[in-house]
Design a protein around this ligand. Structure first.
Ligand code: AMP
Length: 328
């Protein structure tokens, strides 16, 4: 296994920077939804949700974000205003006649896995993503969790991105397996949770599962394990970051998309795709996932600032420090 160069920057230098002019643009295509969620700590109905929304709420802390998606004419569009104020560009958000995508889920005491109670596709069932001209050259593209057929259509419209990452879920692994496997051949990176890896690869062992995926195209496979952290596999190396040990997890919805937003946002902010930068991006992603679950919907992601994120990233550093030089 390759080990990364160790001293390219001081160990205590800030990792997180506010959005700056040199940050690359990030395009996300995903669901913009209304979620109804039950957790052991309460419930929320018809709150802002969707893979694209969580991703944008997180990534917009690091880089300019462009959203492509669809909502119905029943969508409370004013709920997206705080994201617009953060600079998120919704020029690619179509408003179609019909009902918005709705997801209803429940978490029991094991907050690691959501039980889907209802998926109402609404306007999503006729959606064909149209990437606006000004979004097509985005260097970073995230195909958030939507129908893999739509994810493939997006790739036909973008012009030579630097990095394409995708996500998916059990719903699509079951219903769109061939398209998902085709997609693997066209992306650089995929994020999945451990259950999804087992379902997709039919391998009980996650290392075998990661290899199966790497053999089909992506150069990086990120396996999220909820409160147990995340692995990043390449053909040459394995990296692991723990999850932040939160005292209270309120609502796990969106943790995965917020992870992806922090991960891609960091890469876009630094424009650096070296192994070390990818590893740091996993930690930034883990930090963003940990914020997402502290409140319902994207509320916590919208109230935090750059200092909160940097502080949490530093706490991650302490969490895994066992060499004397790494202790502050
Ligand atoms: P996660 O980060 O995996 O917790 O993502 C949660 C978000 O995914 C929720 O806000 C849902 O609205 C959205 N979602 C759930 N099912 C689907 C689906 N089949 N397609 C697209 N988005 C979905």
């Amino acid at each position: 296994m390759n080990s990364p160069a160790r001293h390219d920057r001081p160990a205590d230098a800030p990792l997180v920077h506010p959005v700056h002019d040199a940050a690359a643009k990030v395009l996300v295509v995903g669901s913009v939804a209304l979620d109804s969620v039950e957790t052991p700590f309460g419930r929320a109905d018809d709150v802002l949700g969707g893979s694209g929304t969580y991703f944008a709420s997180s990534a917009s802390h690091f880089a300019p974000v462009q959203v492509v998606g669809v909502v119905g004419d029943d969508y409370p569009i004013e709920k997206l205003e705080p994201l617009r104020e953060r600079g998120v560009d919704f020029a690619g958000l179509e408003r179609a006649s019909g009902t918005s995508f709705r997801w209803r889920g429940r978490y029991r005491h094991d907050l690691n896995s959501a039980e889907t109670l209802e998926t109402h596709l609404g306007v999503f069932s006729h959606f064909a993503p149209k990437i606006p001209e000004q979004f097509r050259n985005a260097p970073f593209v995230f195909l958030a969790n939507i129908d893999p057929r739509l994810q493939l259509q997006v790739l036909d419209q973008v012009t030579a991105p630097k990095l394409v990452a995708c996500d998916t879920m059990n719903f699509w692994i079951e219903s769109r397996r061939p398209e998902l496997i085709e997609l693997l051949g066209r992306v650089d990176l995929i994020t999945l949770n451990d259950g999804e890896v087992r379902q997709l690869t039919e391998k009980a062992n996650l290392v075998h599962g990661a290899k199966w995926i790497l053999d089909r195209g992506p150069k990086h496979v990120i396996i999220k394990k909820g409160e147990h952290g995340a692995f990043m596999f390449t053909k040459e190396s394995v990296f692991f970051a723990p999850a932040y040990p939160l005292e209270s997890v309120f609502d796990p919805t969106g943790a995965g998309d917020s992870f992806a937003g922090g991960f891609i946002g960091h890469l876009a902010s630094t424009n650096d795709l070296s192994d070390l930068s990818m590893r740091r991006a996993v930690v930034v992603g883990s930090a963003m996932g940990s914020f997402a679950v502290e409140k319902f919907s994207n509320a916590r992601l919208l109230e935090i600032g750059h200092d909160d994120i940097e502080r949490r990233v530093q706490e991650f550093r302490q969490l895994v420090a066992f060499d004397a030089e790494l202790r502050t």
